[in-house]
Ligand binder design. Structure first.
Ligand code: NI
Length: 141
C-alpha cells in the first residue's frame, strides 16, 4: 500500500458567523473572524490517496485524473469566492476549516467511484492549511 499526497491552493474569503447565536455571542466566539465584511486566506489543500501499485502504470493513482476531480469539484467553486455566499453548502453551515474539510470530503466522495472505478483507490485524508499556525485534517477511516 502506497500513499500519495497532492497539494492544491485556493484563495477565498469567509466570515465566521452563526445565526444560532446573538451578535454578542458571535463576537465572543469568533473574535475578529466575525468582522462583518469577512477576510481572506490563502488555503493549501492536501488530498491523500492510497491504493495498491498498478504494476502496468507503476502508479497508485493517476494524478491528472485526481487533479481534474479536485479542480472541477472544489478549486473552481472555492477560488476567489466569498464562501458564505458563493458556495452553496455554506449557506447552511459556518465556513470554518473543519466544515470546509467536510464539504470537500463530501464533494470528492460523491464522484469518487465513477472517477476511480474498481474500489482500489481510497481517499485517506484531507488536510487544510488555513494560516501558518492552523492546519486541519479529516481522516476518512
Ligand atoms: Ni478566517
Amino acid at each position: 500500500m502506497i500513499r500519495v499526497t497532492r497539494r492544491y491552493r485556493f484563495a477565498a474569503s469567509h466570515r465566521l458567523h452563526s445565526e444560532q447565536f446573538s451578535e454578542g455571542e458571535n463576537r465572543a466566539l469568533y473574535g475578529k473572524c466575525n468582522n462583518p465584511h469577512g477576510h481572506g486566506h490563502d488555503y493549501v489543500l492536501e488530498v491523500c490517496v492510497s491504493g495498491p501499485l498498478d504494476p502496468v502504470s507503476g502508479q497508485v493513482v493517476n494524478v491528472s485524473t485526481l487533479d481534474q476531480l479536485v479542480a472541477s469539484r472544489v478549486v473552481q467553486d472555492f477560488d476567489h469566492k466569498y464562501m458564505n455566499a458563493d458556495v452553496r453548502e455554506f449557506q447552511e453551515v459556518v465556513p470554518t476549516s473543519e466544515n470546509i474539510l467536510r464539504v470537500v470530503e463530501k464533494r470528492l466522495a460523491a464522484q469518487w467511484n465513477s472517477v476511480f472505478p474498481g474500489g482500489g483507490t481510497h481517499l485517506e485524508s484531507i488536510r487544510l492549511r488555513e494560516t501558518r499556525r492552523n492546519v486541519f485534517e479529516l481522516r476518512t477511516s
